[in-house]
Design a protein around this ligand. Structure first.
Ligand SMILES: C[S@@+](CC[C@H](N)C(=O)[O-])C[C@H]1O[C@@H](n2cnc3c(N)ncnc32)[C@H](O)[C@@H]1O
Length: 233
């Protein structure tokens, strides 16, 4: 679980001479940390082509892209699970690269995303500025935003790596490399979310993973399912 104040975590940022970090990142406390690129691990690079995640170990650079347009059209499992409709307020409490939140935004929901990993957050800000500037994104631990009160709280914790399966797609591989296993205290976050969500809490799980607590109903999809919980009284 990320610490309560993620802004206190150091972000590794290398800015090429002559480039300036976007205002939004400067205002969140991001700053160039070194005169040279870091010698190990992932870091945020800024050059003439914009923000990119670079890896000192030689892995190819990474930039998350918007989800394919087809995912945003028509009814789909996540939209059904969340009861997506225009004006519904949704907290995408574990935003990652924003793919799920963007599906809900495309369905007309007023989506706020929150992400606690600094490098993931920085890339998400950049992505949303390009494709969904109306979606709000916060650099916070979800537990701080959940009490603000949303119709729906959407939770998508990292899945346990599974044996005998193909490698996950590159965006998820990079995320796993950066974040590792998150949310070991998912039960606590679920209790908080059920206390504050006005309409429901939705948690994405791998199709065969055990549920956290007792969902009120489930919406199955191809490899995952969405467990839906009513608010607690
Ligand atoms: C599986 S990923 C989410 C993927 C996302 N649904 C997508 O469509 O790209 C989980 C993300 O939740 C973030 N996270 C985990 N615990 C969090 C917390 N307490 N508050 C905010 N973000 C959190 C992790 O840093 C990670 O980026």
């Amino acid at each position: 679980m990320p610490p309560a104040d993620p802004a206190a975590r150091a972000a590794r940022v290398f800015v090429e001479p002559g480039q300036v970090l976007p205002d939004r990142l400067l205002s969140e406390g991001f700053a160039p940390t070194a005169a040279q690129p870091p010698s190990a691990g992932w870091y945020l690079g800024l050059d003439r082509d914009g923000l990119v995640l670079r890896n000192a170990g030689g892995e190819a650079p990474f930039q998350p892209g918007p989800p394919p347009a087809t995912r945003s059209r028509g009814p789909n499992a996540i939209a059904r699970a969340c009861g997506a409709r225009p004006g519904l307020t949704v907290l995408d409490a574990m935003a990652g690269w924003g793919a799920d939140g963007l599906v809900l935004a495309a369905a007309g929901c007023a989506v706020t995303m929150t992400e606690s990993h600094p490098l993931v957050f920085a890339m998400l800000v950049d992505l949303l500025e390009g494709c969904a500037p109306h979606v709000q994104v916060e650099f916070r631990d979800a537990r701080r935003l959940i009490p603000s009160g949303f119709d729906v709280v959407y939770l998508d914790p990292m899945f346990e790596p599974r044996r005998k399966t193909a490698l996950p797609a590159r965006p998820m591989q990079v995320l796993r490399d950066l974040v590792g296993r998150d949310a070991p205290d998912l039960g606590e976050i679920l209790v908080l979310a059920r206390r504050h969500a006005r309409d429901r809490v939705v948690m994405k799980r791998h199709a065969h993973a055990p549920a956290v607590g007792v969902p009120d109903w489930r919406i199955p999809a191809r490899t995952v399912r969405f467990d839906v919980y009513r608010p607690s009284a």
